[in-house]
Design a protein. Structure first.
Length: 220
């Protein structure tokens, strides 16, 4: 089966870079404005300098990260596994041995019941036509910048062993909002979470012997 390769939308990436650059410029202005006052002991000037420096570090680093992610495919799925370059705080490469399934919601209990697998298996069996489980069993959809598909890991501890330092801290903070270390973001991709889910499941079924059972519980 041919690899699945998806690239970032150029205009989406450019928009984020412009936004980050605007905040960097604002940070420079705040530092240059507040520095003379701070040197004279003014508290307002010190506040401006601190906020400006924080903006420079956060948005400057974020802009560099966005540019780095855009240098290659956003997502590549092949025999080795899933290479995910849609976020700086996700596991960059996940081998198939660690993929238990996929889901598109944020509800932990629904994921543990295998809802993500039921959606995916139906999508595969119906040749890409996504069949959803009953509304009462569905996990609530993600929204905004966190839209995407979550990889459910065979060993939930495995992704955390692959991240260190600030990256791990940010990933754990994101996990508290429902975006785990296996989230494949679709905000800059030319696809929806549901379409991506169907594609991933077809890749999984073709490359892994014995697809998972839709009713099998997934350890969290």
């Amino acid at each position: 089966m041919a690899p699945l390769v998806i690239w970032h939308r150029p205009w989406s990436v450019l928009g984020r870079l412009v936004g980050a650059a605007a905040f960097v410029v604002a940070g420079i202005v705040m530092v240059s404005t507040g520095l003379p006052q701070a040197q004279e002991g003014g508290l307002e000037g010190m506040f401006y300098v601190l906020v400006g420096l924080a903006s420079l570090v956060f948005f400057g680093g974020g802009g560099l990260g966005i540019a780095w992610l855009a240098c290659g495919p956003a997502l590549r799925v092949d025999d080795s596994g899933i290479t995910n370059r849609t976020s700086l705080v996700c596991v960059q490469h996940v081998p198939w041995e660690q993929v238990a399934g996929f889901w598109t919601g944020q509800d932990e209990a629904a994921a543990a019941r295998g809802v993500q697998s039921a959606e995916g298996v139906q999508a595969c069996e119906e040749e890409g036509r996504l069949e959803r489980p009953p509304a009462s069993a569905q996990a609530p959809a993600a929204s905004g910048l966190l839209d995407g598909v979550e990889i459910v890991f065979v060993d939930p501890r495995w992704p955390w062993s692959r991240m260190r330092g600030l990256r791990a801290l940010v990933a754990r903070a994101n996990a508290s909002t429902g975006s785990g270390p296996g989230r494949i973001l679709t905000a800059t991709l030319d696809t929806t979470p549901e379409e991506l889910l169907a594609q991933l499941v077809r890749q999984h079924s073709a490359r892994r012997a014995g697809p998972w059972s839709p009713g099998a519980p997934v350890s969290r």
